[in-house]
Unconditional design. Sequence first.
Length: 372
Amino acid sequence: MKVPFLDLAAQSAEIADEVLPRWQEQLLSAGFVGGPEVSAFEAEYAEYIGTQFCVGVANGTDAVELALRAVGVQAGDEVIVPANTFIATAEAASRIGATPVLVDCDPQYLLLDTDAVEAAVTERTRAIVPVHLYGQAAPVEALRPLADKHGLAIVEDAAQSQGASSSAGRAGALGRVAATSFYPGKNLGAAGDAGAVTTDDPEIARFVRTVAAHGSAVKYVHEVVGFNSRLDAVQATVLRAKLRRLEGWNEARREAAARYAALLADVPGVTVPASRPGNTDVWHLYVVQVDDRDRVLAELNEAGVGAALHYPTPLHLTDAYRDLGYVKGQFPVAESTAGRILSLPMFPHLTAAQQERVVEVLRASVASGAKA
């Protein structure tokens, strides 16, 4: 049995009867950018997240950049970012001309280490970007006293956490502003690139909408220098259809995560992921840790199991951020886990039989390594 890492075709099949007629209407009416479909999605997603405002944009990276700009981050400022995140989190700061200041993650949940954040604050720090990694809410509530003390903005990177929550509330509504991605593989994914910024602050919402439309709230009246980052109506149609199913799909992911935990409970050499107390995880990814990870990954893939890595190289060890001056060994938790993490197949339509096959192959691979 082959098991894909992700099955987007199953999601598409589930929404096709709803989406295709709307796409045909849009094709005939030529209503492609903005319009009532986008406005409807923005209202629905804001209500779902629990914020007053949602502004749809072109992609998740733009969303992070726009959120940072909206809280006043400028060239020369510093933005604190975890070392174990996708590069887009840091890229967004770099595109403004700000400096990403990297910090380590905690060893149990692999989320932003709050103690490390406090040690990284300088007089140039303007924002902290906690990443809700793998579908689990980061400890934003622990960052609030620090942010208030130093006058810093908390900008959530909620790209992997649509529907996740902590005891403090739902991811995407925990900081001053949040950015999310609707890349197709996300829990709430479009049929291409898309993203959004969520906030309770009307001025932030207005700023984001204006800058994302060439600095113009009124056509041909340009208040500031902006750029083009707008949500397409065709993507909003897909997102509205999937949003109506998101709670059910997230619950299916939670059931799959519980099944993995049970199947892996007696497998020596495999560390299963843990959730922070008070968190409701949406399991964007199911990330285990194993020794000799590259060999195990290769054997899983050779057996038809679509395992993957998220992420193999901490940001400070990438060529792109070599000029930041960090050295190997500076973020020991991010570095050690980067060599052990392994993402197993995880999607709403994953079957019990598929998971049993994944664990069968994983068990055999780990056991063979222990004997070697």
